[in-house]
Structure formats: structure tokens, C-alpha cells
Design a protein around this ligand. Structure first.
Ligand code: MG
Length: 226
């Protein structure tokens, strides 16, 4: 297929968010003279994951979640620290973490020679723009679209309408979205009427109902299908 517009998800597709989270948490704990270990981090992560589920169920707002995760964590371990201050510092650190996943730079460099690449990412605008700037990928991309600025997250159709409205000479039939999330990227692409490519590095089974035009297990495979 002759695609000339490629929409790339960021986290879990090009950028290593897991590493960014862990490093940012560790730096935050050390900066506030709080204990750090891998098992403490896993515990924080469990609290964080639970709150994200509450957010998806509409039980908590995002600003509440950001502070509440550190409030619950510090309370559990009787740590004396300001949760809002911890979260602020954590976000600052996150913005410095533009770690790439394997092959991401090389694949983007080659694809950008004759196609237009755009980053389509959920998250906080400042954090995502800062991480992207540090990743070294910016020269290969025409633009970055962050959900906070769009006013909607993937897979909301409003997000895709915002993206399409900001791409010059947009052609739906020559556009593909590539991402690791069936619920965000692939479902979003389905709703928006564009082709989809699921980056399924862990060889998971798709039981979601989301329709993938292509499935790849490594980014290199993009050269065979695009
Ligand atoms: Mg992702």
C-alpha cells in the first residue's frame, strides 16, 4: 500500500515509557531523600495502575490521580513528603527521559525520506514534547499531536479529527496509524477510518475486536508492508 502519511504512537512503540517511569521515580525518591528499591517502585506502580483504572472508570480526575498516587504511596510507608511536590518533580524528570526503543531511530529516519511522519500520543503536552525533543526523533517528524492539547485522548474520534485537521493535504486513504495499543491506537484508527498496524512485540492474542490491517513484531517489518 502506498501510504504517504504515517501516524506513530509514542510510548511502547518508539519511546521506552517503562524505563522513563522507573528512572523518574528513582530520581524523585533520591532527590527527596526517600528510600528507593525495585520492590518499592513495583509497589508504587501497583498503586498508580489502580488509580489509572479508577480514572478510566470516571472515579477520579487526572489532576487528582497524579497527586493521589504519591499521597497513597507515602502514607503506606509513613514517609514525610508533599505528594504534590513529588509529582511536580517526577514530571520534570519524566520530561528529561526520551529513551528510545530498539530500531526506532533508524526506522523513522528511513521512513521519513519519502513519507510524512507524525507523532500521535496521549499524555501531558509539556512532558511529551520534552521527551520527544530529547529522543533525537524530531528531525524525522513533521509534527507532534498530544491529547492534552487536542482536548481528547485516543481512541476518541475528536482526537483524530484534531489530528487530521492539522495535517496539510490530508488523505485518509493514504494514512496508517502504527501503535502498540489495541484499545487506543488500533480502535482509534478503526473509528477514524484509516488503516492500522499493531506493533505486537510480545506476540499477544487480539481478543479486543479491534481490526488490524497489519501486525508486526518488530519495527523493521514496516519496510515490508508500507
Ligand atoms: Mg503506546
Amino acid at each position: 500500500m502506498d501510504y504517504n502519511i504515517i501516524l506513530f504512537d509514542a510510548d511502547g512503540t518508539l519511546l521506552d515509557f517503562k524505563k522513563a517511569e522507573q528512572v523518574s521515580f528513582e530520581r524523585t525518591m533520591r532527590a527527596f531523600n526517600l528510600p528507593y528499591s525495585h520492590s518499592l517502585y513495583c509497589d508504587y506502580h501497583t498503586i498508580n495502575d489502580g488509580l489509572w483504572k479508577d480514572f478510566e472508570s470516571g472515579l477520579i480526575t487526572k489532576p487528582e490521580l497524579f497527586i493521589e498516587r504519591f499521597r497513597r504511596y507515602t502514607e503506606k510507608y509513613n514517609l514525610v513528603a508533599d505528594a504534590a511536590g513529588l509529582n511536580r518533580f517526577y514530571f520534570g524528570q519524566l520530561g528529561l527521559c526520551g529513551y528510545l526503543l530498539e530500531n526506532a531511530a533508524e526506522v523513522c529516519r528511513k521512513l521519513s525520506r519519502d513519507r510524512r511522519l507524525y507523532l500521535v500520543t496521549n499524555g501531558e503536552t509539556n512532558v511529551q514534547q520534552s521527551r520527544f525533543a530529547r529522543s533525537g526523533l524530531s528531525p524525522y517528524f513533521k509534527d507532534i499531536f498530544v491529547s492534552e492539547t487536542a482536548g481528547y485522548p485516543k481512541p476518541h474520534i475528536g482526537y483524530f479529527e484534531y489530528v487530521f485537521g492539522n495535517i496539510e493535504n490530508f488523505d485518509r486513504s493514504r494514512t496508517v496509524i502504527i501503535g502498540d495499543s489495541l484499545s487506543g491506537d488500533i480502535t482509534g484508527g478503526n473509528r477514524a477510518g484509516i488503516d492500522t498496524c499493531w506493533y505486537n512485540a510480545d506476540n499477544l492474542v487480539n481478543e479486543s475486536g479491534a481490526v488490524c490491517t497489519y501486525v508486526i513484531r518488530s519495527l523493521d517489518e514496516l519496510f515490508d508492508i508500507l
